[in-house]
Design a binder for this molecule. Structure first.
Ligand code: NAD
Length: 333
């Protein structure tokens, strides 16, 4: 297949060129983010390969169809950026990489919890400036604390396991589709009502997908249900948190610390070098101004293992589509 690869980063191109199935598809690596205008660049290609902040909305899919594209291959797990209904109407296949390295994200989430609880980020800057004072760096032990995992799929389950088995936290979880067998083995206890988790957790880690039902799961009404001094970590999708409500709860001190790898309007900024330019997003700038907020640019997945796995699965998915075979990683509306 001829594949137009949008939003290319050099580390992705390297992983695709080094994959066992490299060479079976002809890939054009493009730096552009997919949108209705850049979609025209797919002319003459059979498929597009896209990442989390490429927009495969209805308008873009219409342009892709006219350009002759038959498949959208997501090189990520989430597919909230694809209009699946329109893709089906246009008979454009959508495939994804449901699991590449849940360990990469789970380990990052635990690292983020440690960072904001033990203030690694503040200590790093302080020591570099020759300031060896410890005032303001007091953290708390994770052992014995209650961690609430929202979403116990591949990543949430692993995160809970590390925290329960490794740190000896009391791990609670909420998931509308609980997996009792794996949870028992991981040392995770389910609550049947999300509110119970919100009320009890010292630390909340988000691991559910972004859907209409989960958008703003943490919002102006649900933040007050959480414990005074709660720590929040989000490595899932920015839209799970109503950022303005989070800011209010940081300002009034209800939320003690936050680690975010994702942000609800990250599409405009993430994966690009904006240094030396003006940040126009006042909400993001306000987040950055808090001493107790640690932000990263959607990098939880970024390990060699994950990149290799993404590349190989994507190439196999494209082969399935090319050969008209059923693809186990197809996404339907
Ligand atoms: P998964 O599909 O294995 O698990 C998602 C779980 O969420 C499922 O068990 C599902 O039942 C549960 N869920 C659905 N609705 C829920 C709700 N309302 N409340 C609580 N749980 C709910 O997905 P995964 O591989 O574990 O990934 C989780 C999320 O992590 C993805 O959706 C993606 O958005 C995000 N992610 C982020 C990165 C990153 O680099 N930051 C990388 C990969 C994935």
């Amino acid at each position: 297949m001829k594949v137009a690869f949008f939003s290319t980063k050099e580390y992705e191109a390297d992983a695709f060129k080094g994959a066992p199935s490299a060479g079976i598809h002809e890939i054009t690596y493009l730096p552009h983010r997919l949108d209705p205008v850049t979609a025209r660049l797919a002319q003459g290609h059979d498929a597009v390969c896209i990442f989390v902040n490429d927009a495969a909305d209805a308008e873009t899919l219409d342009v892709l169809k006219q350009a002759g594209v038959k498949a959208v291959a997501l090189r990520c797990a989430g597919y909230n950026n694809v209009d699946l209904k329109r893709a089906e109407e246009l008979e454009i296949a959508v495939v994804r990489v449901p699991a590449y390295s849940p360990e990469a994200v789970a380990e990052f989430a635990v690292g983020m919890i440690m960072t904001v609880v033990r203030k690694y980020h503040k200590a790093y800057n302080r020591v570099r400036e020759g300031n060896f004072l410890l005032s303001g760096l007091v953290g708390f032990n994770l052992q014995g604390k209650t961690v609430g995992i929202i979403g116990t799929g591949k990543i949430g389950m692993l995160t809970g396991r590390i925290l329960s088995r490794g740190f000896r936290c009391n791990v609670l979880a909420y998931d509308p589709y609980p997996n009792k067998v794996d949870a028992d083995e991981a040392g995770i206890t389910y609550v049947s009502d999300l509110k119970d988790l919100l009320k009890q957790a010292d630390i909340i880690s988000l691991h559910c997908p972004l859907m209409d039902s989960t958008r703003y799961l943490l919002n102006a009404e649900t933040f007050p249900l959480t414990k005074e001094g709660v720590v929040i970590v989000n490595t899932s999708r920015g839209g799970l948190i109503e950022t303005n409500a989070l800011i209010q709860n940081l300002k009034n001190g209800h939320v003690a610390a936050v680690g975010l790898d994702v942000y609800e309007r990250e599409g405009e900024y993430f994966f690009r070098d904006g240094s030396g330019t003006i940040m126009h997003d006042d909400v993001f700038s306000r987040l950055l101004s808090f001493y107790n907020v640690f932000l990263t640019g959607h990098q939880a997945f970024l390990t060699n293992e994950a990149l290799s796995s993404i590349a190989q699965t994507t190439l196999e998915n494209l082969s399935n589509v090319e050969q008209g075979e059923a693809c186990k990683n197809a996404v339907k509306g």
